[in-house]
Structure formats: structure tokens, C-alpha cells
Design a protein around this ligand. Structure first.
Ligand code: ACO
Ligand code: ZN
Length: 166
């Protein structure tokens, strides 16, 4: 049993357990065109459980966020080499959207990557995905780059990032 990190109405946000991975994959299949192998989910959970979180309503999962930690060039500091959190994927089932669950997942993932002393957190998002872009902007992410034909179908991505102060 994982402790609740945050409550939003009748929804709780908590760390993911191994037994949550099938439901997490199902939410991903229903909500996004980018899918991953079982092994990839397991390895993200093993590597960064602090920022692999699920949203639960009435014992059923309705959303998730999963992240990893990388080392590389800063999205903010010229020539800076930093520890970066990377939001690999976040989603909420359609019938549970616009209640603050997506925001809660991203905010708690920020707490998780800060526990690992990351300097920044970044992600890619489809340029047409204005709901998600608005969510990230609300939380302080800024668009740093446009990545041409980032997705398999040829769509561009925005690289969005947020910098942390300790
Ligand atoms: N229209 C306008 N603004 C929106 C919308 C919308 N439909 N949805 C979210 N927002 C913005 C608003 O600023 C909102 O704040 P407000 O309610 O105070 O106006 C803020 O985001 C927070 O909204 P939440 O209710 O917390 O977001 P929700 O729980 O609906 O989840 C999410 C948002 C995750 C983007 C959801 O729409 C979703 O699952 N979409 C499909 C999957 C997806 O696109 N995931 C992101 C891909 S990019 C990546 O994974 C790195
Ligand atoms: Zn990515």
C-alpha cells in the first residue's frame, strides 16, 4: 500500500506499484498514440519510483505520470551540464479530466524529481496538444524549442522545461 501524496476530491495521487502497471498501460493505450514495452514501464518504475505516480478514484486508476532522470545539457544555462528530470508520459482518462488531476500528477512528479536533486524538468508535447501545453504553462514550464517532425506521424513537438531553485 502506498501513501496518498495528494487528494483532489475523491481522487488520490500516490506512487505506482508493480501491480498497477497493467492498468497504467491500459490508460496509455486509450489516451495517447505513443506506447511502450512492458519492460520500459518496469524499468522506469524501478529507476524513479518517486516520480512514477498514479491517480486513483474508487480503487480504479484514472491517470498516471512517469518520468526518468537524465544527465545532459541544460535547457536554461548556456553550456551547463545538469541533472534533468524527463516527463516520459502523463495522461488522465477522458471522463476524469478538468478536475485538477493532471495538474496534481505533474506537481507531485516535480516533488519526486526534486527529491533526486534534479536541476530541471523537461518534456516533449505535440504542438497541437493545447490542453497539455496550457497545463504545463500554468505550472511554470516554458517552451524552449520546437522539434521538427519529432513524432512518427511527422508532427512537431515543443520541448518545454522548468528550472528549479533549491
Ligand atoms: N482546455 C483548456 N485548458 C486545459 C484543458 C482543456 N481541455 N485541460 C487542461 N487544461 C489546462 C488548464 O490550464 C487547467 O487549469 P484550470 O482548470 O485551472 O483552467 C490545467 O491545464 C490543469 O487541468 P487538469 O484538470 O489538472 O488537467 P486534466 O486532469 O484534465 O489532464 C491532460 C490534462 C493530462 C493533458 C489530459 O487532457 C490528457 O490526459 N490528455 C491526453 C493525454 C495527453 O495529451 N498527455 C500529455 C502528452 S505530453 C507528455 O506526456 C509529456
Ligand atoms: Zn520525452
Amino acid at each position: 500500500m502506498q501513501v496518498a501524496l495528494r487528494e483532489i476530491g475523491n481522487c488520490i495521487i500516490r506512487r505506482c506499484d508493480l501491480s498497477d502497471l497493467i492498468s497504467t498501460m491500459e490508460i496509455n493505450l486509450k489516451t495517447l498514440p505513443e506506447h511502450y514495452s512492458d519492460y520500459f514501464y518496469e524499468s522506469l518504475l524501478a529507476e524513479l519510483p518517486e516520480a512514477f505516480l498514479v491517480a486513483e478514484v474508487d480503487k480504479k486508476l484514472v491517470g498516471y505520470i512517469m518520468c526518468k532522470i537524465e544527465y545532459g545539457f541544460s535547457n536554461f544555462k548556456k553550456l551547463g551540464f545538469v541533472k534533468k528530470g524527463h516527463v516520459v508520459s502523463v495522461a488522465v482518462l477522458p471522463e476524469h479530466r478538468r478536475k485538477g488531476i493532471g495538474e496534481g500528477l505533474v506537481l507531485e512528479a516535480i516533488v519526486g524529481v526534486k527529491l533526486k536533486k534534479s536541476d530541471e524538468l523537461y518534456l516533449e508535447v505535440r504542438c497541437s496538444n493545447s490542453d497539455a501545453v496550457k497545463l504545463y504553462e500554468k505550472l511554470g514550464f516554458v517552451i524552449k524549442q520546437r522539434l521538427k517532425a519529432y513524432y512518427r506521424d511527422g508532427e512537431d513537438a515543443y520541448l518545454m522545461a522548468i528550472e528549479f531553485a533549491y
